[in-house]
Design a protein around this ligand. Structure first.
Ligand code: CDP
Length: 212
């Protein structure tokens, strides 16, 4: 990889704050940003639209291999159903293989990029110059996600919590590229932090890795 390209990996579970942190870090370092969860969400949304079963590896793989940039602009990507199904399609190795290339191609374009997801520091960009693993207690994450989702739909907190716990288990338990903290990633626990404080802390941890 070209050493002039700056790549930063930010991983963590749902609603840990990694997306907001990744956007802010990208702006701070003048890098592009890719929310890799959107790729899996887009595959899931197209599966649902085609009435294909997201658990069927062949259907999901065919969609992953023909994913287009326009699919990432769909309006249904942030729904709870799409998130749930994203973690189902994400367990199929050929789906991950198809999306791996997309993510790496994005990352290596100058001046570099911040990617956030589940396996960025471990699989997608193992040589990233800085790595963060952002966590928070499940009930706090569920409350954050419920606040977002309840603005658009009528959804119960307990369903959001159950969803998050099921998704954590599926994402951490899959055989292929499970959600896991890279050995050389710094941990950022945002349970008791405002988002502003979490961003400041993230920038501090990344600066420390870049200057080490
Ligand atoms: O926004 P939230 O954290 O809820 O989820 P997301 O980042 O949009 O990811 C949705 C789903 O895609 C996750 O539950 C994972 O199953 C999958 N995903 C993945 O497997 N690998 C990634 N690098 C990013 C997302």
């Amino acid at each position: 990889m070209n050493t002039d390209i700056l790549t930063i990996a930010i991983d963590g579970p749902a609603a840990s704050g990694k997306g907001t942190i990744a956007r802010a870090v990208a702006a701070k370092f003048g890098l592009r940003h890719l929310d890799t969860g959107l790729l899996y969400r887009a595959v899931a949304a197209r599966c649902l639209q085609a009435q294909a079963d997201p658990a069927d590896p062949d259907a999901a793989t065919q969609i992953a291999q023909t994913l287009k940039p326009a699919d990432l602009a769909r309006s249904d990507l942030r729904s709870a159903e799409t998130g749930r199904m994203a973690s189902v399609v994400a367990a199929h190795p050929p789906v991950r293989a198809a999306l791996l290339r997309w993510q790496r191609d994005f990352a290596v374009e100058a001046p570099g990029a911040v990617l956030d997801g589940r396996d960025i520091g471990t699989v997608v960009l193992p040589d990233a110059r800085a790595k963060l693993f952002v966590t928070a207690e499940a009930d706090v994450r569920a409350a954050r996600r419920w606040r977002e989702l309840s603005q658009k739909s009528d959804i119960a907190y307990r369903d959001v919590l159950r969803d998050i716990e099921e998704r954590d288990a599926r994402d951490a338990g899959r055989a292929n590229a499970p959600m896991r903290q890279a050995d050389n990633a710094a941990t950022l626990n945002t349970t008791e932090m405002s988002i502003d404080r979490a961003v400041d802390e993230a920038v501090r941890l990344i600066d420390a890795q870049l200057t080490a």
